[in-house]
Design a protein around this ligand. Structure first.
Ligand code: IYR
Length: 237
């Protein structure tokens, strides 16, 4: 059954090339200054910054536009404390017995441990849930029916990327945190059966003495394969 054809005029702002370059370079400079932060201060973050970042994430493309995500934003100290306790309990088991030597060695440059004090210090934690399937109330029977969600992992991954970019652009620091397993989050936050914790994003300002590992990003040569026609003017050196 074919759905309604695209019939809505596209709003598209055609930019001058110079303006395109300016925006592209500004965004590149901004995003390259992003670092994952694990030492936070308790300095408060206005709610609107959190809300706007979630609106940006919610504008992400998704499979069949199903928007298979829920963002839980937490500033309540008691809930943050419960999250820290539960996350540390899981992380402690992971670091002490679940993670392989190879994994622990890969994490060594980051200096992470099972202790997660930042979960209580940060003003906000955003927990992102992926809806593994949709739930719809059947008006006839009054029963909840499941329906398939397409590409939910990819969709939520894209939304989280946009969330992180938006928070960074607003001058906030984040850590992309995935205590494993994360099942405790759905229970603790009272989420419905179709929601799986995808990632936790503590948000705030870095502690004044925050330090980060000396790491680098791969060079463009290592990550980009560019295929152009031989006579493409972009190809002439
Ligand atoms: N989730 C653990 C371990 C961890 C795993 C990876 I892969 C990282 O890039 C960082 C940490 C933790 O948060 O400590």
């Amino acid at each position: 059954m074919a759905g309604p054809a695209p019939d809505h005029p596209l709003k598209f702002e055609l930019l001058e090339p110079a303006e395109q370059l300016r925006r592209s370079r500004d965004f590149l400079r901004c995003m390259r200054s992003r670092r994952t932060v694990r030492d936070f201060s308790a300095r408060p973050v206005p709610y609107e910054l959190i809300e706007n970042a979630i609106r940006v994430a919610g504008s992400a493309p998704s499979g069949a536009n199903q928007q298979p995500w829920t963002f839980v934003a937490i500033s309540d100290p008691e809930t943050k404390r419960r999250i820290r306790i539960a996350a540390e309990a899981e992380e402690r088991i992971s670091y002490e017995s679940r993670m392989s030597e190879e994994w622990l060695a890969a994490l060594e440059p980051l200096g992470t441990t099972w202790r997660k004090p930042f979960l209580e210090i940060v003003p906000w934690i955003i927990v992102v849930f992926r809806q593994a399937y949709g739930l719809q109330l059947d008006p006839a029977s009054g029963e909840e029916r499941r329906f398939k969600h397409y590409y939910s992992e990819e969709s939520v991954g894209i939304a989280v990327g946009m969330l992180l970019a938006s928070l960074h652009l607003a001058g906030l620091a984040t850590v992309t945190h995935t205590p494993s397993p994360m099942k405790f989050l759905a229970e603790l936050l009272g989420r419905p059966a179709n929601e799986r914790a995808f990632v936790m994003v503590p948000v705030g300002y870095p502690a004044p003495d925050a330090r980060v590992p000396r790491i680098s990003k791969k060079s463009l040569d290592e990550i980009l394969v560019c295929i152009t026609a031989k006579d493409d003017p972009e190809n002439q050196d």
